[in-house]
Design a protein. Structure first.
Length: 242
C-alpha cells in the first residue's frame, strides 16, 4: 500500500450503486501528512487515534499536505505514549514498534478489549528505533511487537548492523519493560531488485536466534508473504515493498 496515494481517493467516493442509492466509502488518511494531523487532532481532543473510527477528525486532516519531519513524528509518538501511560489504568496495552508497515497497520484490525499504541514511523531504521525507545518510558505494556530492518538494508547498512541494533533494542525493552512479552517479527520479503530475498531470509534466521537468546518470541511473517520463488507476492504490494 503506497503511503502517497492521491488525496483524491480520500474524498467520499462511490463504492457501488444499489437500489438507486449510492453507498459511500468513509474517508481515512492515505498520506503521512494526513495521518499525522489526524493523530494530532485526536490528542488535542484528549483521545488516541487507535480507539477511534478511521474517518475521525476529518476536517483537521482532509486537506493536509505538509509532510511532518522525523522529529515531529517522534514528538507526537511521545505525546501519545504519555497519554496512554496516564490513562491506561488496569487495561492491557499492546505496542506496535517499527517503520511504515507498523505505522499503517489499520486500527480497525487491532484486537479489541485492550489499548493499543502505534509507535511506527515511516522510513525508520533499527538505529532510529533504538534512539527513540525513551518515548515508552512511562508505559506499562503487556505485549510489544517489533518489526524493523528493511530500511537499513535499503540504506546500505550491513547485516551485522541490523542484528546488533535489534539485539540492543531487545535488551532495552527487556530491561525497561520486564513485564512485557516482546515479539520480534521477521523482515518481510520484497520485490526490489537491490535487496536480495535470500539475504533477508538469512537475516531472519539470525533474528530468530537473537530473539530466543534475549527472551523474546519470534514470529515468522516472511513465509506467508512469499511466492514459490521466495519473492513478495505481487498481489500483496503496490510498490514492491509495502
Amino acid at each position: 500500500r503506497s503511503e502517497e496515494r492521491s488525496s483524491e481517493t480520500l474524498r467520499f467516493s462511490m463504492a457501488r450503486l444499489s437500489g438507486g442509492e449510492a453507498s459511500w466509502v468513509r474517508p481515512q488518511p492515505v498520506s503521512g501528512a494526513q495521518l499525522y494531523q489526524q493523530r494530532l487532532a485526536a490528542l488535542k481532543a484528549g483521545r488516541i487515534y487507535t480507539t477511534l473510527p478511521p474517518d475521525s477528525f476529518s476536517d483537521a486532516w482532509v486537506e493536509a499536505k505538509q509532510q511532518p519531519s522525523y522529529q515531529d513524528w517522534e514528538s507526537l509518538l511521545a505525546w501519545e505514549a504519555r497519554a496512554i501511560a496516564h490513562g491506561q489504568g488496569k487495561n492491557r496495552l499492546g505496542i506496535l514498534l517499527g517503520d511504515s508497515i507498523s505505522m499503517w497497520f489499520p486500527q480497525a484490525a487491532l484486537p479489541q478489549g485492550q489499548f493499543w499504541l502505534n509507535q511506527g514511523i515511516s522510513g525508520d531504521t533499527t538505529a532510529g528505533i533504538l534512539s527513540r525507545l525513551w518515548t515508552l518510558a512511562e508505559t506499562q505494556p503487556d505485549m510489544i511487537y517489533l518489526l524493523a530492518g528493511i530500511n537499513d538494508l535499503r540504506h546500505g547498512e550491513t547485516d551485522n548492523a541490523v542484528l546488533d541494533n535489534m539485539r540492543s533494542i531487545l535488551r532495552r525493552l527487556r530491561q525497561e519493560h520486564p513485564q512485557a512479552q516482546v515479539v520480534v517479527q521477521s523482515i518481510l520479503p520484497t520485490r526490489l531488485p537491490e535487496i536480495s530475498n535470500s539475504r533477508i531470509r538469512n537475516i531472519n534466521l539470525q533474528l530468530q536466534d537473537i530473539a530466543r537468546e534475549e527472551g523474546a518470541q519470534f514470529f515468522d511473517l516472511h513465509y506467508w508473504f512469499t511466492n514459490s520463488q521466495g519473492d513478495l507476492r505481487p498481489e500483496l504490494t503496490t510498490d514492491g515493498l509495502h
